[in-house]
Design a protein. Structure first.
Length: 398
């Protein structure tokens, strides 16, 4: 249903049903009613979703092969996006509007994106007013070993960093001007101060807790689009204090590849045509978005699996081309019946390689929201009172 390009859910259901009947002509026929399908889908429990998540995770790791780890890390980018729903009374009451007064109800989705394969790893959904950081906290205990979490300036904060440290999650997060970094504090990691890039995050309302010891990475880009959409300076912070474990150059490359999750959201909304969901009831809208994400993952896994077997990198995978092949096979079942495995065709679902003489970016339309890039964080030396307070917390004699 989610791969079909029809404008209504009922049409998608009937087209998908007819496709299944052609694929399995001697199997039991699926139900004829769309409403019956909705009621049956509503009976699926969280245990079913969790079992499916674990199974897809194992398949994901198996498909990734040598692309699972990069530089000893499992890089996971995190970001969130909003998805519109029909403006019904039920959706307005339960989902709520996150934007302007005249905006439609929206669902927030926070997605973990595996940088090595370009596939979504896990996701959580909430109402439009749910924060992306709270949804991320729900996925921390599901992260694989040696994960490096990569995020933009929307995933900052003392409590979030503290939560990541409590789960022993390594992270690489971009900073903005709303963060104040301290230098010159004394703690138990004195050997790292010789590097000169150790900083502390210690807000004034958290002085009864230990300051967070982190490492600041300042990336300077001469190329307009090397790291992030034309930004000259990027300030990253990580809890990996040793440069040998994660160099500044590696951090720059990881953050550069984080842009893949933005492309994923664009493909999901534009190529899959799911910028606005079609369900008019809250629970059905959540279910629709969930299974749309599953369908995107399945399509990408089939394509990436075919590419890796042909010794091609997953980065050349094209969502639009893969979706076009699958929709063609759904319309004409002879494509897969007489030409064998459809993954033979999905090997061709790759990005174009020709050299462009101009940018693919569209014009700056007046209605398009232009967000200003984050400003650098505030960095200042710690005061004598702050140093004394830190020494008292760590039990260091002054």
């Amino acid at each position: 249903m989610t791969w079909d390009g029809s404008s209504t859910l009922k049409d998608r259901f009937h087209h998908a049903r007819n496709c299944l009947i052609k694929m399995f002509p001697f199997k039991r026929r699926p139900g004829k009613s769309y409403q019956g399908f909705i009621k049956a889908r509503a009976k699926l429990t969280k245990n079913t979703h969790e079992s499916l998540r674990k199974h897809l995770g194992r398949q994901h790791k198996q498909i990734a092969r040598r692309f699972w780890r990069i530089g000893g890390w499992v890089p996971m980018a995190v970001d969130g996006s909003l998805f519109k729903t029909p403006r019904t009374k039920a959706n307005e009451a339960e989902i709520g509007c996150a934007g302007r007064d005249k905006a439609s109800p929206q669902i927030t989705a926070t997605v973990l994106y595996h940088v090595g394969t370009g596939l979504p790893w896990d996701w959580r959904m909430g109402s439009g007013k749910t924060s992306e950081r709270s949804l991320l906290r729900q996925m921390l205990n599901k992260l694989p070993e040696k994960t490096l979490l990569i995020g933009d300036a929307g995933f900052i904060g003392f409590e979030l960093f503290k939560k990541l440290l409590s789960y022993d999650v390594s992270f690489l997060i971009r900073l903005s001007s709303c963060v104040t970094l301290l230098t010159g504090l004394t703690d138990l990691a004195l050997e790292h101060q010789r590097q000169g890039n150790i900083v502390w995050i210690w807000p004034g309302n958290k002085r009864k807790q230990k300051p967070l010891t982190l490492r600041l990475i300042h990336l300077k880009s001469k190329n307009r689009s090397k790291y992030s959409r034309g930004l000259k300076d990027v300030y990253l912070v990580t809890n990996i204090l040793k440069n040998e474990a994660l160099s500044d150059e590696q951090a720059g490359e990881f953050y550069k590849k984080r842009w893949g999750i933005e492309v994923l959201f664009r493909s999901f909304k534009e190529s899959f045509e799911h910028r606005k969901l079609r369900s008019r009831a809250p629970q059905q809208a959540y279910d629709e978005l969930y299974w749309c994400m599953v369908s995107l993952l399945l399509l990408a896994m089939m394509s990436v699996s075919a590419l890796v077997k042909k010794k091609q990198p997953p980065s050349c995978f094209s969502v639009t081309s893969a979706l076009r092949i699958v929709r063609y096979a759904m319309r004409d079942y002879h494509v897969w019946r007489y030409k064998g495995d459809i993954r033979v065709l999905l090997v061709k679902a790759v990005l174009d390689e020709y050299q462009r003489s101009s940018s693919k970016e569209s014009r700056d339309w007046p209605r398009k929201k232009q967000e200003s890039p984050p400003l650098p964080p505030k960095i200042r030396p710690a005061t004598e009172d702050e140093i004394t307070c830190a020494e008292r917390i760590y039990g260091i004699a002054s």
